[in-house]
Design a protein around this ligand. Structure first.
Ligand SMILES: Nc1ncnc2c1ncn2[C@@H]1O[C@H](COP(=O)(O)OP(=O)(O)OP(=O)(O)O)[C@@H](O)[C@H]1O
Length: 252
């Protein structure tokens, strides 16, 4: 087990003074190298839960533990990729990727540079290593952010809707690439999405959440071989099962 979420509750005070109970008694076990998707309607507390796992927010009650014990704050062991691409605008693509590596391994600058170049090549960005973030498309920027985070060999990656701003084709390509790098790096990923197709394509387990207050409604294991085929009967069947569990029709 890498991360255990135990009886986590979280409320926020709203501007009008009301208390909003966002997370209600959340329990979740995340295993080493698992790909978990947190799926649920807007406002069900996915980001709040991810931030608590990251150590960026504290629960009001309950706790989150990782293999080192109680999570009390952010750690280098848990990388966070936000919805917006978090690249340094003043650095080239290569410098952005190599920056974190040099922080972690300051004695291996030459090797760091080589790994950064190799991985940029693997995601088709070798011709853009000297470009600046503003010169890239959204999909390219997100690829750089993912490579940068994965190259730090962070054992746990927390991703908050990293592909939500992208067009469908780019999104599908990045999903495939993410599965590739996830396997290669042996990381554990907790990925927030409100997209059923994305969750079924990516996850080993989909954690279906409900809102008002945010609860774990269901956990659906996706026992489909990878690479997954969206048009296969099995894929469509599980997608239907997840939609049923989510109560998609209630959300409309
Ligand atoms: N710091 C905060 N102060 C007050 N309210 C907050 C705060 N952070 C989140 N909330 C409220 O908590 C609820 C859950 O927010 P959260 O961002 O976790 O939901 P979400 O499921 O990630 O939503 P989305 O899919 O729209 O990103 C929302 O109603 C939000 O307004």
């Amino acid at each position: 087990m890498v991360i255990q979420v135990k009886n986590v509750n979280k409320s926020f005070k709203q501007e009008d003074g009301d208390i909003l109970h966002v997370l209600d008694n959340i329990n979740l076990d995340i295993k080493d190298r698992e790909f978990i998707c947190l799926l649920g309607p807007s406002g069900c507390g996915k980001t709040t839960l991810l931030r608590i796992i990251a150590g960026l927010d504290e629960p009001d009650s309950g706790e989150v533990n990782d293999s080192a014990g109680l999570i009390k704050g952010p750690s280098r062991d848990r990388g966070f990729i936000f919805q917006q691409y978090s690249l340094f605008p003043w650095m080239t693509v290569l410098d952005n990727v190599v920056f974190g590596l040099n922080m972690c391994y300051p004695d291996k600058k030459e090797e760091n540079l080589e790994s950064a170049k190799r991985y940029l090549q693997r995601v088709g960005l070798e011709d853009f290593q000297n470009s600046y973030p503003y010169q890239l498309s959204g999909g390219m920027k997100q690829r750089v952010a993912i490579i940068r985070s994965l190259l730090n060999h962070t054992p746990v990656q927390l991703m908050d809707e990293p592909f939500s701003a992208l067009d469908m084709q780019t999104r599908h390509t990045l999903q495939e690439q993410l599965i590739g790098v996830w396997k290669r790096f042996d990381t554990t990923i907790v990925f927030v999405t409100h997209d059923v197709d994305e969750a079924v394509f990516l996850a080993d387990k989909v954690v279906v959440m409900d809102k008002n207050p945010g609860r774990v409604k269901d956990i659906v294991s996706i026992d489909l071989e990878r690479p997954r085929k969206r048009e296969s009967t099995e894929f469509l069947k599980i997608q239907e099962e997840v939609m049923e569990s989510l109560g998609v029709h209630d959300m409309e």
